[in-house]
Design a protein around this ligand. Structure first.
Ligand code: SF4
Ligand SMILES: [Zn+2]
Length: 105
C-alpha cells in the first residue's frame, strides 16, 4: 500500500477507535468534551498519534502495531494499545465487524 494511503487509513482508524473509547469511558461518564466529541486527553492523544503517523520514517510504512521501531513514547504506546483493545471488543459486540476487518487488512 502506498505510504500516503496507509497513513490516511491509519488516521481514520485512530479517529474511530479513540472516539469510541472516549465516548464510552470519558464523555458518558461526565468528562467534559474538549473538541470534536473528544475529551482533552483523548484529543491530545489523537493529535500525537496522527503526528507520529505523518512523520513515520518507514517506507513502506507498516501498521503501527506491527512496527519494530515504534516511535511512540512508552506511555502513549500503552494508552493506544488499551484503546485499540477496548474499542475493538466494543465494535465486535456492537456488530461492527466490518470496521475490525478494515483495521486488520
Ligand atoms: S510506530 Fe512505527 S509505523 Fe507507526 S508511525 Fe512510528 S515508526 Fe511509523
Ligand atoms: Zn477521552
Amino acid at each position: 500500500m502506498k505510504k500516503s494511503k496507509r497513513i490516511e487509513k491509519d488516521n481514520k482508524i485512530l479517529k474511530k477507535f479513540i472516539s469510541v473509547y472516549c465516548r464510552e469511558n470519558h464523555i458518558k461518564k461526565g468528562v467534559e468534551e474538549y473538541k470534536d466529541g473528544y475529551c482533552k486527553d483523548c484529543y491530545e492523544l489523537l493529535q500525537y498519534a496522527v503526528k507520529r503517523n505523518e512523520l513515520c520514517p518507514l517506507e513502506p510504512k507498516p501498521q503501527c502495531k506491527h512496527c519494530k521501531v515504534h516511535c511512540y513514547s512508552p506511555k502513549n504506546r500503552q494508552k493506544i494499545k488499551e484503546i485499540m483493545k477496548f474499542s475493538g471488543i466494543y465494535l465486535i459486540k456492537h456488530g461492527r465487524i466490518d470496521l475490525i476487518l478494515h483495521y486488520i487488512f
